[in-house]
Design a protein around this ligand. Sequence first.
Ligand code: GDP
Ligand code: MG
Length: 439
Amino acid sequence: LAERLQGTIQKIKGKGKVTEQDVKEMMREVRFALIEADVNLKVVKEFVKKVSERAVGVDVMKSLTPGQQVIKIVQDELKNLMGGEQSPIKFSNRPPTVIMMVGLQGAGKTTTTGKLANVLRKKYNKKPLLVAADIYRPAAVEQLQTLGKQLSLPVFSLGTDVSPVEIARQAIEHAKEEHLDVVLIDTAGRLHIDEELMQELKDIRGLKEPDEVFLVVDAMTGQDAVNVAQSFNETVGITGVVLTKLDGDTRGGAALSIRSVTEKPIKFVGMGEKMDALEPFHPERMASRILGMGDVLSLIEKAQANVDMEKAKELEEKFMTQSFTFDDFIEQLQAVKKMGPLDELLKMIPGANKMKGLDNVKVDEKQMGRIEAIIYSMTPNEKTNPEIISASRKKRIATGSGTTIQEVNRLLKQFEEMKKMMKQMTGMAQGKGKKKMKM
Ligand code: GDP
Ligand code: MG
């Protein structure tokens, strides 16, 4: 999306107002991105309609181009749609807090039960009790017991011959006696939603109103997630959602669909199989992920904040008249530096995090420092007319900047080539009768 969207943005750049046609074009891309991210079609339609209404006729703020503004609206609305802010866990003021985990088989309930217990202990200072109430899936009880051992947390189990409702009842009693303050019930899932399962879950619910009923959903299931969420919400009643397997390459459109269909907050996301791979849900990050554009907006904002438009114009003039000097060069360097560490910036570029080998790219900030030092060692006259720098001066500059003559030579050569290139570019631009030059 990012690339195509950028194209559309380029087109409407510089306009004072966003027209209906502009929005239509951008919304086509957004729509495409959402469908690609597996967002439910009905949800996509409603969303696009809402954003279009907000976007048409928007006045362009000084700091943003119309395109960026539309993207910002898209992102804001996505974020709102997913609940806006992070949603905390609700604890009972009469412990134990009861949290029930529900969902289809293989969604990640048991794993998430372990992870959640870990979070509760570490971040909330709670004493959780894991309850093995899945008596159907072979080895489900053992699976939870293994996790409990791994985490050094107590697991309550009555084997597989006692009904889940009875297990849950006794577990809550046990927690009271042992002063354990959160009871996490790992329930059975089915391959499909069925009456029996729902009744069982309702019965467990009936024991003591759970403080939270978390629906665990596999983010990779995409479209299906909507139906699952809807039926669980309607029959059992849920209070929140945990979206698992987001460490995979799914874009996570399920998050959007589930939220807008059930209106229940997504509380956590599973980012792996390990017991520490559970993170609070961040609507904003999810919005970017669904749109497939990294942190595009923060990148844009960063650039906007640091690149002075007036300055840019001035530079453009200098390019045209070929009066670009080392002083201008250093100003440019500093503007780039102000934007932050270069490797961080690189990471924000959409797709860049997926690019092979980017991990190894270390943008050399030391190198930039050396270039700066060389330029600072020049006299004002030399900065404007570097061709007057003699061999002995080169030596002095190298000594003064703590670099070598080779480095000084290289910089001078690069600068010369840059100017030559500018000359060609401006020549071309003027040849075509264009006044503007793209930077
Ligand atoms: P349950 O049937 O709902 O209890 O599902 P399980 O907890 O047994 O999980 C099913 C499989 O999904 C297991 O192999 C888990 O390791 C895996 N799993 C669960 N959560 C995640 C996650 O966030 N990321 C990844 N990659 N795998 C997960
Ligand atoms: Mg399980």
